[in-house]
Design a protein around this ligand. Structure first.
Ligand code: HEM
Length: 456
């Protein structure tokens, strides 16, 4: 333990500064109206006001962290936990006992249970499924026909997560139902988070009914998956078996609710994030044909013309850099929150116990202070000789510290493989009526991207 890591509160307190207040607040609403009206522009400009700034959201003070170094310090510090309005609204809908919202010893125990399924050496076992799904996508799409990128990206993301992690023949049909339920649930969930109208969401309006039906179906599907696995008596070496066999802190089997919430907590972040990233990758392939061609050339050089395989992924360096650069400019996860559990500090600024902290990977990853030609799509910035110029924590789409996404290797493998398979078989063009403007929800994605595949 270093001397710096010991932080007696009394000796720190006197020299700590109050973070500056961000400009542009209005009476009563504070900065809330700006955050609702144009959240990405608002979060991106905050660094001009300071490294840590105070925001007023209605009567509440929220602290925004704006530099890569301090977002890293925040994610790595034990003074902050997962909490805040974002998480509370998720808990209400998806369950309180899953890994994504737990803290403390329960969180550590749950991470130990799920981690083996995501370890680097576990990923090759998923290779055949990822390959099959990536090629099935290119077979499903026909040259000249319009592809609805939203539903297709969701479909492949859910199918890969469900088939790899919850193995079983029945998953094909279930994966389809999961897609439909999750797409509707995510749409409604964001609305409920940013416009918390409480009981109004119980009114028997068509949109509420559709949301409630989808949410009920999601929970029912998870119950069916768990019940069927139990009834089968099979114990394949997968995440579901690990969850069913998990023990709590006392060595007793974990409860039914926790098993259920764990499956939900893994499927939900695992589908929306990957689906959004695939939509942005399709957008990139359509908008940057020169990069699509370079991906195709690399794949051909590696495969010699046979269909790209999971085993090729490690050799596809440029394709990997294209995926990373796309995630830099269009990160699925654009906002994250934490809550201080004690009086503490960040960058010499006082953070009181109970304070909600917010930061935006979108703003951090597009910041001109960290990236030369920051808004250019330039996959070569990730070449070993150039990557050193990028500040630590300036590119952290999977976060860092104890809440880091367990699925970084799993996600990068499938995204690289899908990009390689798509760019080899097709060029893409956006069609009339496609809306590629950014839709801000729980994740960032294009509003309604539609492309036409053109055979190569
Ligand atoms: C957590 C991003 C794919 C499961 C996270 C976090 C980020 C993230 C940023 C941390 C949240 C925080 O710090 O507050 C992404 C991105 C993905 C992706 C960008 C794909 C492009 C997946 C997949 C799965 C998954 C495929 C599972 C199949 C989880 C879980 C957590 C998590 C369970 C909670 C971890 C914890 O709290 O300990 N993800 N994720 N993610 N992700 Fe992912």
């Amino acid at each position: 333990m270093t001397v710096e890591s010991v932080k007696p509160e009394a000796s720190l307190a006197p020299e700590l500064r109050e973070p500056p207040r961000a400009g542009g607040g209005v009476p009563l609403l504070g900065h809330g109206w700006k955050l609702v009206r144009d959240p990405l522009a608002f979060m991106s400009r905050l660094r001009d006001h300071g490294d840590v700034v105070r925001l007023k959201l209605g009567p509440k003070t929220v602290y925004a962290v704006t530099t890569p170094a301090l977002t890293g310090a925040l994610a790595l510090s034990n003074d902050f936990i997962i909490a805040g309005p974002l998480w509370e609204s998720l808990e209400g809908l998806l369950g309180k006992e899953g890994v994504a919202t737990a803290n403390g010893p329960r969180h550590r125990r749950q991470r130990r249970t799920i981690q083996p399924a995501f370890r680097l050496d576990a990923i090759p076992a998923y290779g055949p499924i990822m390959e099959e799904e990536a090629h099935a996508l290119t077979e499903r799409w026909k040259p000249g026909e319009t592809v609805d990128c939203t539903s297709e990206s969701f479909r492949v993301a859910v199918r890969i997560a469900a088939r790899c992690l919850l193995r079983g023949d029945f998953m094909d049909e279930r994966a389809e139902r999961l897609c439909v339920a999750l797409a509707t649930v995510f749409r409604g969930m964001y609305r409920r988070m940013v416009v918390p109208l409480g009981p109004l969401y119980n009114l028997p309006l068509p949109a509420n009914r559709e949301f409630n039906r989808a949410l009920a179906d999601l929970h029912l599907l998870v119950d069916e998956i768990v019940a069927e696995r139990r009834a089968s008596g099979q114990k394949p070496d997968d995440l579901l078996t690990a969850l069913l066999e998990a023990k709590d802190e006392n060595g007793d089997p974990i409860g039914e609710q926790e098993i259920h919430d764990q499956v939900v907590a893994i499927l939900t972040p695992g589908s929306e994030t990957v689906a959004s990233t695939i939509m942005w990758l399709l957008h990139m392939l359509a908008e940057h044909p020169e990069h699509a061609d370079r991906v195709r050339d690399e794949v051909q050089a590696v495969t010699g013309g046979r269909p790209v395989a999971f085993a090729d992924v490690r050799a596809l360096r440029h394709t990997n850099n294209v995926v990373v650069e796309s995630m830099r400019l269009s990160p699925a996860v654009w906002i994250l929150t934490r809550r201080a559990v004690r009086d503490t500090e960040l960058g010499g600024y006082r953070i009181p116990s109970g304070a909600d902290i917010v930061y935006s990977p979108y703003a951090i990853q597009r910041d001109a202070k960290s990236y030369e030609r920051n808004l250019d799509f330039d996959p070569d910035r990730w070449l070993p000789e150039r990557v050193k110029a990028i500040p630590k924590h300036a590119m952290s789409p999977f976060s860092t510290g104890n809440r880091k996404c367990p699925s970084d290797h799993f996600s990068m493998a499938q995204l690289t493989l899908i990009t390689a398979a798509l760019a080899t078989k097709y060029r893409f063009e956006q069609v009339a009526g496609s809306d590629d403007s950014t839709r801000v929800g729980i994740t960032l994605r294009p509003y309604d991207l539609r492309v036409r595949p053109v055979a190569r």
